[in-house]
Design a binder for this molecule. Structure first.
Ligand code: DSN
Length: 421
């Protein structure tokens, strides 16, 4: 892309921007929480909406001049309601962590208990990891997988813990878990112990919107949070959705503003509206289906070549591979070797990992970004082979060079699209 004003005024930032464009185009992005947005989304993000303060909500703002901000925020809300089939949406959270923290402050009192998935079993920092500040205020308890080899959650244990700890909120959701959750069981446990049930769908929002993963609202979940920039393929940001309870929705709105945030980032909200418009198109369903097919194609290769996957494989967009156990390479080294050949993944802890988070046993990777680029199952299988080859030949510079060349060719044949509809 051309950035004539930036080029003239600030060469250092312009050079970095072109460098990042090149990096994204020439390499393969396999971090499962990343994606490529369309040019229309980028145009809305880089628009004059960034100039405007809009504290409040559409029709109820604290500052004047809201004719057009009200239009874009209302469109974002209405499109999100249609996508996720719910009654209330707040599109102002700046990202996933503020969305989750907002729900805790809206629904809980200090000292209340939240039941969420253990981080090393796939959960997320904001679901109450001890390093996070919210654990000073709320009490977080955990559930885990029963069977690491199948990924099945231990719902009996979850019920036992819920009865003992009496959580006010039960969280379903993850950032490194590759199977579907049994949402009906979460709701049953929540109802039994009198807890609200919330799904953090950040990773799978695009799969739900595309109709290829179950929608927790259909099982009776009370609310959901998400980021908007992962499988959903929008700008960086967060969102909170409430199935039907107006009182919960009012509490959420009050907590996000004025409780936690100031002026919403209206350029981001405009870009969210554009992305949600894209997700409502039939082409988005095709993309969502292909994400799953590509992940399955990669799973088959790992299985064939004896690489252990946590959960035994994948039912969504991501794979968590125990590379230390299978290929005798630490997660950090695997990440670096793959980077050398033009593939970006992230090192990741595996269930009850004996190694440290900065050099864990696993790597996490997924198919959303490569699917956006038009990769087929055949391409995805080839990428999986190349990844394993690179890790197996981590000390062979010539082999790595060959792999890098093939990755660059694959990337060249699949340019990042400018539009999706
Ligand atoms: N950083 C995100 C991810 O990669 O899953 C979650 O916060």
């Amino acid at each position: 892309m051309e950035y004539p004003f930036l080029a003239k005024q600030d060469k250092m930032i312009h050079d970095a921007l072109l460098g990042e464009e090149r990096r994204e185009a020439e390499g393969l992005e396999l971090i499962p929480s990343e994606n490529y947005v369309s040019r229309p989304v980028l145009e809305a993000l880089g628009s004059v909406f960034t100039n405007k303060y809009s504290e409040g909500y559409p029709g109820k703002r604290y500052y004047g001049g809201q004719t057009y901000t009200d239009v874009v925020e209302t469109l974002a809300i209405e499109r999100a309601k249609e996508l996720f089939r719910c009654s209330y949406v707040n599109v102002q959270p700046l990202s996933g962590a503020p969305a989750n923290i907002g729900t805790y402050f809206a629904l809980l009192e200090p000292g209340d208990t939240v039941l969420g998935m253990d981080l090393t079993h796939g959960g997320h920092l904001t679901h109450g990891h001890p390093v996070t500040a919210i654990t000073k205020i709320f009490n977080f308890v955990r559930y885990k997988m029963k069977e690491v080899e199948t990924g099945e959650i231990d719902y009996d244990e979850m019920l036992k813990v819920a009865k003992k700890e009496k959580p006010k909120l039960i969280l379903a959701g993850f950032s490194a878990y590759s199977r579907e959750l049994d949402y009906e069981k979460f709701v049953a446990i929540g109802r039994e112990v009198g807890a609200l049930v919330m799904a953090d769908i950040a990773h799978i929002a695009g799969l739900i919107a595309g109709g290829v993963a179950k929608n927790p609202f259909e099982a009776g979940f009370d609310l959901m949070t998400t980021t908007t920039h992962k499988t959903l393929r929008g700008p960086r940001g967060g969102m909170i959705m409430v199935r039907e309870d107006e009182e919960i929705a009012k509490k959420i709105d009050k907590t996000i503003f004025p409780g936690l945030q100031g002026g919403p980032h209206m350029n981001n909200i405009a870009a969210k509206a554009v992305a949600f418009g894209e997700a409502l198109q039939p082409s988005f369903k095709v993309y969502a289906e292909q994400i799953l097919k590509n992940a399955k194609a990669m799973e088959r290769v790992l299985e064939e070549r004896g690489v252990r996957m946590i959960g035994g494989g994948t039912s969504n967009h991501l794979i968590l591979a125990d590379v230390f156990g299978s290929l005798n390479i630490g997660g950090a080294e695997a990440e670096a070797v793959l980077d050398e050949v033009g593939i970006t993944v992230n090192k990741n802890v595996i269930a009850d990992d004996i190694r440290k988070p900065m050099n864990p046993s696993g790597i996490r990777f997924g198919t959303p970004a490569m699917t956006t680029r038009g990769f087929t199952e055949e391409d995805s299988a080839r990428v999986a082979h190349l990844m394993i080859d690179a890790m197996e030949h981590k000390d062979d510079a010539i082999k790595k060079k060959e792999i890098h060349t093939e990755i660059q060719t694959l990337a060249k044949h699949h340019p990042i699209p400018e539009t999706f509809v």
